[in-house]
Design a protein around this ligand. Structure first.
Ligand code: PMP
Length: 285
């Protein structure tokens, strides 16, 4: 497998960054993950504009123009012969001589990327649906920035796994679901209204969420962007999650209570199918 490190393409097990890198010391960096289907990056303009925004919010300089990042991603897809999977990229504030919290004057950003093979479309979880566990949202107040500081999400996902679930939905102090540990949360109410939280500093603005919202509205579904409580989610007709790596994934239980019939819902399955159609028709590397 070939990775990219600051301008060089090298075997992934030889790829290295400094222990003084601020990504390692402070999680002072941002990342993106885009899916690859049929050798093409899906919805990548959306991911790159979010990357640009994350960098701007943290005042990290881009190591190369953002428009050229897509070329690096495409090169990784080609060099790895990747047909289906993910491209991960990370940019940190770089390595400085000393471990000081303040921004270093001299550091140049570090840019690493790699590709990973994964079954995106033929996913067993899409057939069975996933079980979700709710956990308190322990994260900081700028969740709109896709930073590599993911400890709360790591603990949330681990709690889900240890509870026999595949994803965690994080819950704010008022009892409203914010989002999944690495996905956006949706419910479908009994009145056939799709509900997902309004984008704000409380959640990451999902690229897949945005595309699914457009597709759902085109199908005549109403999408309400508002907070929903755990109690409302328990009573939902359907639930699903969205993310670049899982597309649209039906949720079949929440905290051990079946959602709807306890099987993937019709609307969730329809939206997955339509998202795949949209992604495979419109994306260009
Ligand atoms: N929320 C969080 C916290 C995430 O980590 C992710 C995955 N990047 C998402 C939502 C979904 O975003 P996207 O659809 O852009 O992958």
């Amino acid at each position: 497998d070939i990775a990219y490190v600051n301008g060089a393409y090298i075997p992934i097990d030889e790829a290295r960054v400094s222990i003084l890198d601020r990504g390692f010391l402070f999680a002072d960096g941002v990342y993106e993950v885009a899916a690859v289907i049929g050798g093409r990056l899906i919805d990548n303009e959306s991911h790159l504009s979010r990357l640009e925004r994350s960098l701007r919010e943290l005042r990290i300089g881009s190591p190369i123009p953002v428009s050229r990042i897509a070329e690096v991603e495409a090169e990784l897809v080609a060099r790895n012969g990747l047909s289906e999977g993910l491209v991960y990229l990370q940019i940190t504030r770089g390595a400085a001589a000393e471990r000081e919290f303040g921004f270093p004057a001299e550091a140049a950003p570090t840019f690493v990327a790699f590709a990973q093979k994964k079954n995106i479309i033929a996913s067993p979880a899409a057939e069975t649906g996933v079980k979700v566990l709710t956990v308190p949202d322990l994260r900081w107040a700028r969740r709109d920035i896709k930073s590599t500081a993911l400890l709360a999400q790591v603990l949330a996902k681990q709690a889900a796994l240890e509870g026999g679930c595949q994803e965690a939905w994080m819950v704010d102090q008022e009892g409203f679901v914010t989002e999944g540990s690495s996905s956006t949360a949706f419910i479908l109410t009994g009145a056939n209204v799709l509900v997902t939280r309004l984008n704000s500093s409380a959640v990451l603005p999902g690229c897949t969420r945005k595309a699914v919202q457009v597709i759902a509205e085109r199908e005549g579904l109403t999408v309400e962007e508002r907070s929903f409580s755990v109690a409302e989610a328990y009573e939902a007709k359907e639930a699903f999650l969205t993310s670049a790596s899982n597309l649209v994934l039906p949720v079949v239980s929440l905290d051990g209570r079946p959602i709807g019939s306890g099987a993937p819902g019709d609307t969730s399955r329809l939206l997955r199918r339509l998202y795949i159609e949209w992604a495979t028709n419109t994306s260009r590397t």
